[in-house]
Design a protein around this ligand. Structure first.
Ligand SMILES: Cc1ncc(COP(=O)(O)O)c(C=O)c1O
Length: 463
């Protein structure tokens, strides 16, 4: 244990780049050369050193100031410490007899979370592996709910009803792709997802939502859920949640909020920007994003906890009804499940929700400053104003040539391969864009000006 901590510290202390720049094929070969036959085992201390040298040194160093691509945070020490307890004790959250104290920790944290988001005692939540699972679970419960309330049809027992091909999920064109993934997993197909256009800033156009709902009903289709996003992955846009909730209520459809990215804003001075989230039927929150927790750590909350019944299945060995102990398996699609709630408990105890909120405030303010730096820079073009903590931009220096999109795509991948910077890449209004996702509260503006210098120097030399 001490060995591995020392090795990790060494890796961090000597990491002068966000990626070692080892050629990808060479790296793959080196990993595949690790012998797995029983005869080639080594003492653990040697395996630790080999892991540090080969795996850790050639990983993406998320703590490095020039690693700024994804919603992938440097984790807090409290969360990392919790991982030691989680791994060593290996509790499984499906049943009380595999977790005891851990069951109460998770329930305590989800109760706390529900309160933060303005839900009352009728609400409840459960931890999941990530925003993807949280969204899938929420949409699955919405699907089973609509069949239940509309026709008394029990999808759990009977499978999809004959009107399933008519079911529709509404979201914006900027919603996360897992909405479509959920539809496909749920047997409705991607065709069930109707994407409503957004404003320039990435927020859903409310009039378009109303119009789409009217058109779907006119076509005798069955819209049953609308997804609002609190923090779209690229723009960081936060939809008008209050307005969407009113439309959902008027049409008697489920309202899900994907707050995987923006959920932590609830702890910040900008909390008012999530107004209306308390009106949602379900909410996704990712702790492994702006709550600075190690992967994986997410939760899904329901305003009305009785809707978890759509996930309840009995197993004689697990959640029998003959004792009075709580078994969290009743509320999830998982069985064996990690004790991720401990990371949030230990972080709240050691760091505190106020400090977490200040970290978010700091990142939001810094993002505005970084966007201003991009605007002032001759070689860069800012592609959208940043509402949360992403900066969408591109390189437009003199040597760029005809194909600006291709140049920027090449710039991103070559910077990565050279280990100089790990930047995000996406598309904004059909144009290739570079993306900074600012999730490291330790960075200063100086770090950003140095990063910009490195990008420009590299771009100028790029053929
Ligand atoms: C808005 C949004 N929702 C959902 C997800 C999926 O979350 P995860 O990667 O934790 O599964 C992401 C991931 O970036 C996201 O940005």
């Amino acid at each position: 244990m001490t060995n591995s901590v020392n090795e990790i510290v060494n890796v961090f202390e000597s990491a002068d780049k966000p990626y070692s720049a080892m050629d990808a094929t060479t790296l793959q070969r080196a990993i595949y050369d690790l012998r797995l036959e029983q005869g080639s085992v080594s003492p653990l201390s040697q395996v630790i050193s080999e892991t540090a040298e080969l795996v850790a040194r050639n990983a993406i160093i998320v703590q490095h100031p020039d690693c700024i691509a994804h919603l992938h945070t440097p984790p807090l020490i409290a969360g990392i410490t919790a991982e030691n307890f989680i791994a060593a004790q290996n509790q499984s959250m499906d049943s009380w007899d595999q977790s005891a104290s851990a069951t109460y920790v998770e329930q305590y944290i989800t109760d706390w979370l529900c309160k933060q988001f303005g839900f009352d005692e009728h609400s409840d939540g459960v931890f999941t592996s990530g925003g993807t699972q949280s969204n899938i679970m929420a949409l699955l419960m919405a699907r089973d709910w609509v069949a239940d309330v509309m026709t008394g049809h029990n999808i759990q027992k009977e499978g999809l009803p004959e009107y399933a091909p008519k079911l529709r999920i509404l979201c914006s064109t900027k919603s996360h792709f897992t909405v479509k993934k959920a539809a496909s997993i749920m047997g409705l197909g991607e065709k069930a997802v109707v994407c409503v256009p957004t404003h320039q800033d990435g927020t859903l156009i409310l009039a378009a939502l109303e119009e789409t709902l009217a058109q779907l009903k006119e076509a005798e289709l069955i819209p049953f859920v609308v997804v609002g996003t609190a923090g779209t992955t690229d723009h960081g846009a936060i939809d008008d949640l209050t307005a969407i909730s009113k439309i959902a209520e008027q049409h008697k459809i489920w309202f899900h909020v994907d707050a995987a990215y923006g959920g932590a804003v609830i702890l910040s001075q900008s909390k008012h920007r999530l107004a209306g989230i308390e009106l949602a039927d379900s909410v996704t929150v990712d702790f492994h994003k702006l709550w600075f927790q190690p992967v994986s750590c997410s939760a899904v909350m329901l305003k009305n906890k009785t809707n978890f019944k759509y996930l309840l299945h009995h197993a004689d060995y697990l959640n029998r009804e003959s004792d009075d102990l709580p078994n969290l398996v009743d509320k999830t699609i998982s069985t064996t499940r990690r004790f991720d709630a401990l990371k949030v408990l230990m972080t709240l105890r050691a760091v505190g929700s106020e400090t977490l909120g200040q970290m978010v405030d700091h990142l939001l303010a810094q993002t505005q400053q970084v966007a201003a730096m991009v605007t002032e820079h001759n070689e860069f073009e800012l592609l959208a104003p940043p509402p949360l903590s992403t900066v969408l931009f591109r390189y437009v220096g003199e040597n760029i040539g005809e194909n600006v999109d291709e140049f920027n795509r090449q710039l991103r991948v070559q910077l990565l391969k050279a280990g100089i910077a790990v930047l995000g890449e996406t598309t904004v209004d059909g144009q290739a864009a570079l993306k900074l996702t600012i999730l490291n509260p330790c960075l200063t503006l100086n770090n950003f000006s140095e990063l910009f210098e490195k990008i420009v120097k590299f771009a100028k030399a790029l053929k």
